[in-house]
Ligand binder design. Structure first.
Ligand SMILES: *Cc1c(COP(=O)(O)O)cnc(C)c1O
Length: 459
């Protein structure tokens, strides 16, 4: 806990000097900032000493809780050796060991690891690899991409070019390269107005139309497997991913899977693509890679891709890409410790009952008047709030419904962040079932409090 006067000082400085990401600062400066001082397990504590459940895993990346002994120790041990050395030329021990480990746990066929430091760069690397692969293979026209509506792959110009969220990405349109957007399998709001029971995945036909017409100009399809995160925790129907994989094969287009969010256990398996037994050509990883400790990312590629870049130096086939902190030893050491915990604490096995418990408990939300859809994949869940349950009419933006529910939850000791009117639930994987109960109780109550304060019916 921090002395009252210094707390106030920090709050003033926060508003004076900081520009927060994805935040309307005009609103932010009107509220009292929440300043975190420390954490332990699934809990975070602010400078007042008030405790919160970290309900979104500190932006979807924490797995084993905060101040996990084994990861703390691994970082300290590495710190006693060296904090950072470059991979441009020399190598380092944790980067080598982690690359080997990642290839061992990744879907079979992904053989090479290219490091960077966040999800956006991991995807930039993937896009550049895919395009240059075809250049090296003599397919000079394959320079475009296919992506999904509501897809999110990062905030750099390249990843925004393949992004499908209009409110984030619309303003920068003049800078983008050519991308074809296929409809998202967002079953609650099906873009084709079909019903899941008898749609036969008609959205795949739309994707096939794009591929059939443009395959000669398309380098790769990029998508988030199973769960489209930032686009609204849209959960894909089973069979969609394997359908996409088959179409990419059929039309000679590479498949890039962005597992930045879904990787490392979130969906109940180590990687989401394992649910449908498919292996992409390129896979990007970041958020959970080292349990949510520090910036690190990896792009995995097949030998087929890697080999296309081999040649005499003068042939200029080299992959000219790299970031200063590529393969940072501290980040890699933390990642090795995190992956060891998966084995030692049987994280994936322990998840099964939690996922089932979450599923059972989420049912209690379905009867709420302002809940349109409740969806779940592994330990990821989303509650979509609607103004009108029958017509699925969303709340107007001005009502800031999602934000209000999350602010209410904060009062009750739960930190969550909405995506528009969608309440996101993504706790660290080590959360216990009684803690899931507490988390859901708080959200349930918060929805009711906010809905009734607006004069809406609750049931
Ligand atoms: C968060 C996220 C990214 C971007 O990662 P950053 O580390 O924020 O750059 C990319 N893809 C997906 C699926 C994500 O969830």
């Amino acid at each position: 806990m921090i002395h009252k006067t210094y707390q106030e000082q920090l709050q003033t400085w926060d508003k004076q000097y900081l520009w927060h990401p994805f935040t309307q600062m005009q609103d932010y400066v009107k509220e009292k900032p929440l300043i975190i001082e420390e954490g332990s397990g699934i809990f975070l504590k602010d400078v007042n000493g008030k405790e919160y459940i970290d309900g979104v895993s500190s932006m979807w990346c924490n797995l084993h809780g905060h101040r996990k002994q084994e990861i703390d120790d691994a970082i300290k041990r590495q710190l006693d050796k060296v904090a950072h050395t470059t991979l441009l030329g020399p190598s380092n021990i944790p980067a080598i060991e982690l690359a080997r480990k990642l290839v061992e746990i990744a879907p079979k066929g992904l053989q090479k690891v290219f490091y960077s430091d966040n999800g956006s760069t991991a995807n930039e690397v993937a896009l550049k690899m895919a395009l240059q692969y075809w250049q090296h293979k003599g397919f000079k026209d394959k320079t475009q991409f296919v992506a999904l509506q509501y897809g999110y792959h990062g905030d750099t110009i390249g990843t925004m070019s393949v992004g499908g969220i209009e409110i984030f990405h619309g303003a920068f349109r003049p800078l983008y390269f050519k991308t074809h957007l296929a409809p998202s399998p967002y079953c609650y709001r099906c873009p084709l107005s079909k019903q899941r029971e008898n749609c036969s995945l008609a959205c795949l036909e739309k994707l096939e139309d794009i591929l059939k017409k443009n395959a000669d100009g398309i380098a790769a399809m990029i998508m988030e497997p199973l769960v489209q995160g930032a686009g609204g925790m849209i959960i894909h129907p089973s069979g969609y991913l394997s359908g996409v994989h088959a179409l990419c094969k059929k039309y000679n287009v590479l498949l890039i899977l962005d597992e930045v969010l879904t990787g490392f256990g979130r969906t109940g398996r180590m990687f989401a693509c394992l649910h449908e037994n498919i292996v992409p050509d390129i896979m990007s990883l970041s958020k959970g890679i080292n349990g949510g400790y520090m910036p690190l990312a990896a792009t995995l590629a097949t030998d087929e891709i890697y080999n296309a870049f081999l040649g005499k130096y003068a042939e200029l086939k080299t992959f000219f890409h790299g970031h200063t902190y590529t393969g940072n030893p501290l980040g890699c050491a933390a990642a090795l410790a995190s992956l060891e915990l998966f084995e030692k604490e049987h994280i994936l096995e322990a998840l099964k009952p939690k996922i089932n418990h979450l599923k059972t408990r989420l049912k209690s939300f379905e009867s709420l008047e302002h809940v349109g859809d409740v969806r779940q994949c592994g330990l990821i869940a989303a509650i979509e709030l609607v103004k009108d349950k029958t017509t699925k009419e969303p709340y107007p933006w001005e009502e800031r419904m999602g934000i209000q529910v999350c602010l209410e939850a904060r009062k009750h000791g739960l930190l969550i962040r909405p995506l528009g009117h969608i309440i996101v639930i993504m706790p660290p994987l080590i959360i216990k079932t009684h803690e899931i109960d507490r988390l859901l109780d708080i959200i349930h109550e918060s929805i009711q409090i906010v809905a009734s304060s607006k004069g809406h019916r609750i049931f």
